[in-house]
Design a protein around this ligand. Structure first.
Ligand code: AMP
Length: 308
């Protein structure tokens, strides 16, 4: 089944307690596509980069079965740039710099042959642009997933609410869920956010796992207890990529399968944090992915028989 991914393809500069990087490959759509590539081979990416973007990164994406024809290259402009610094606990970070550059006047034109995807992943991007992409679909995709972040909740709430009302699944982290709903309790926050339109809400809680809500049910998946988290950048996007990639592979959008997809998303995210940037997500083997998923199964499996 085909998957269309839209979002940033970026240069990031990251600082963690373990070290610091210069400009490295980043961007929400990059992480999503790499993560999804372990589950589905039919991935189209729509984004924009500047003339400073190293073409070797496009080759890496292509090796991961990602069709990059939908990435516009603006030769005279600069690629979107984000810089962030993690605190010692690795759960919180400060954005040091966001330079929209090429994103500032980006008009996302989805190539005609990409306008009929089965699955649509609206990765982190200006909400008005996410909406423009959604409006170009020839038919409504089987499932539309939207990711966003505090930045857009703060600067573009009107546009964000419009696009939220049209998607099936919203993925945000706990801090963003609280910001969006004005509720501290995540259960209350979830109910308020589901009232905005999406059928499902996923609240990511970093090293504390993720929650999947619909109006009646809730499911929890832990994060793998890792000895060392090196760099959490892109964990949320890798989670979303593994999640939608697995759904595209299995073609089943029931709540039960969404639960499984969350485990696959968590497994992919657990790789991402083991090295800087996208490094660990590039060139994983199927065995490594399978083993990691098995670790998750072992982590949560238990047997209880309740007796009267
Ligand atoms: P995550 O750690 O999952 O929140 O994603 C980090 C990625 O998001 C980085 O690679 C950044 O390039 C990208 N990013 C940071 N800020 C923004 C923004 N305002 N809009 C879109 N993408 C962003």
């Amino acid at each position: 089944m085909s998957l269309l991914v839209v979002g940033t393809v970026a240069y990031d500069a990251i600082e963690t307690p373990f070290g610091k990087t210069d400009k490295i490959l980043g961007g929400a759509a990059t992480y999503i596509s790499l993560a999804a590539s372990y589950f589905t081979k039919n991935i189209n990416l729509v984004s924009v980069v500047g003339g400073d973007f190293d073409k070797k990164y496009l080759e890496i994406l292509k090796k991961h079965h990602v069709n990059t024809d939908g990435i516009q290259i603006k030769e005279n402009e600069k690629t979107f740039f984000w810089a962030g610094k993690y605190h010692i606990d690795m759960n919180t970070r400060d954005t040091l710099d966001t330079q929209l550059n090429v994103l500032a006047d980006f008009n996302p034109i989805v190539p005609d042959n990409m306008r009929n995807p089965d699955f649509l992943m609206l990765g982190n991007l200006m909400p008005s642009l996410q909406m423009k992409v959604l409006n170009q679909m020839k038919e409504r995709p089987k499932l539309v997933v939207l990711d966003t972040m505090n930045f857009w909740i703060e600067v573009a709430i009107e546009d964000l609410l419009k696009v939220i009302s049209r998607v099936d699944v919203l993925t945000i982290n706990d801090e963003e869920a609280r910001l969006l709903s004005n509720e501290y309790s995540l259960v209350k926050a979830a109910q308020k956010i589901l009232d905005l339109g999406p059928k499902y809400l996923i609240i990511k809680k970093g090293e504390h796992g993720a929650l999947l809500f619909n109006k009646e049910q809730v499911f929890f998946a832990p994060a793998l207890p890792l000895e060392e988290v090196f760099d959490p950048t892109g964990a949320g996007d890798s989670f979303a990529g593994g999640f939608i990639g697995y759904l595209a592979q299995t073609k089943d959008i029931s709540f039960e399968n969404l639960k499984r997809a969350i485990i696959f998303g968590s497994a992919t995210a657990s790789f991402c944090v083991e090295k800087f940037g996208t490094e660990r997500l590039i060139g994983l083997s199927q065995e490594e992915v399978d083993e990691r998923v098995q670790e998750f199964i072992n982590l949560v499996q238990f047997d209880i028989s309740l007796v009267d």
